[in-house]
Design a protein around this ligand. Structure first.
Ligand SMILES: Nc1ncnc2c1ncn2[C@@H]1O[C@H](COP(=O)(O)OP(=O)(O)OP(=O)(O)O)[C@@H](O)[C@H]1O
Ligand SMILES: [Mg+2]
Length: 255
């Protein structure tokens, strides 16, 4: 079988097995899969990164996250940015000031591709420093494929916001440690850290959604770090922990 016809078959298989059940999902489906996105999915299928795309795990403002299966039968998470609804002005503000990316264009698609690449690079950097995040697999155009965080049956892990926590203190100190490693060693600030961007798997926190994360010398870094600490403090309080914002800051900054 030629490579093209195999890819054709894979894409047909992916699309036919796409579990689009609810009305909302159907709407999302047509919104997400514009022609270029389909072509990118097709390429990823051809390269073995995806053979099945299951239903949507999450429908966000700018991106949808799907559960997929790769050629080896492993679950993967597939984050697809919607070109139409992405706030690319915000994206530009975060990309500018990051020496890793030189984006002079105001081409919307180009900015989104850089954004996806930034998320990939940030995940990779966090992994290198042993901060628990999904392992990135590939970034292509507006699509990021990464490790699926969930159980063996394919159920995605719950958000810290909604998870049943056995040992809040352990989770909190682990998260503070991660923010510290990110800041001091990986030289990154998450920038949108809260219980909405932390998954709980096997009683351990997994940090997600690092597209907006910036390098520590980015003009926004200090303010974003302060906001992240403030959010964590509120979340820890809800979990019944006593630790103050100053205490969290002093652990992270080594005061
Ligand atoms: N690797 C993953 N494994 C399992 N579930 C995931 C993974 N990544 C994301 N999710 C699920 O998808 C949701 C949205 O992901 P994420 O936070 O990265 O997108 P988002 O940037 O918040 O979307 P938007 O900004 O458009 O609202 C998460 O809250 C989580 O439930
Ligand atoms: Mg999020």
């Amino acid at each position: 079988m030629s490579k093209i016809s195999k890819a054709d078959e894979d894409l047909r298989k992916m699309l036919s097995e796409k579990r689009i059940k609810s009305v909302e999902d159907r709407r999302v489906g047509s919104e997400v899969f514009d022609k270029q996105t389909l072509e990118t999915l097709y390429k990823l299928a051809n390269q073995g990164y995806l053979q099945i795309l299951h239903g949507v795990i999450s429908t966000g403002k700018e991106a949808n996250v799907f559960k997929g299966v790769d050629d080896d039968g492993n679950y993967v998470a597939v984050k697809i940015y919607r070109v139409a609804t992405s706030d690319f002005k915000k994206m530009q503000d975060y990309i500018q000031g990051d020496p890793r990316f030189k984006v002079k264009t105001s081409n919307k698609r180009q900015v989104i591709h850089t954004w996806v690449n930034k998320e990939f690079r940030n995940l990779k950097r966090a992994c290198e420093f042993k901060v628990r995040v999904p392992q990135p697999i590939i970034a292509k155009n507006n699509i990021l494929v990464m490790e699926f965080i969930g159980d063996k049956e394919g159920n995605p892990a719950p958000l810290l916001k909604y998870a049943h926590i056995h040992d809040p203190e352990k989770i909190a100190y682990k998260l503070i440690e991660y923010v510290k490693i990110l800041y001091k060693e990986a030289k990154l600030v998450h920038g949108d850290l809260s219980s909405f961007n932390i998954l709980i798997k096997d009683d351990e926190p997994v940090i997600i959604d690092v597209s907006q994360s910036v390098v520590v010398d980015h003009p926004l870094a200090k303010d974003l770090l302060k906001r992240d600490i403030g959010n964590l403090h509120k979340d820890f309080k809800k979990l019944g922990l006593q630790i103050s914002e100053d205490e969290i800051t002093s652990i992270i900054m080594d005061f």
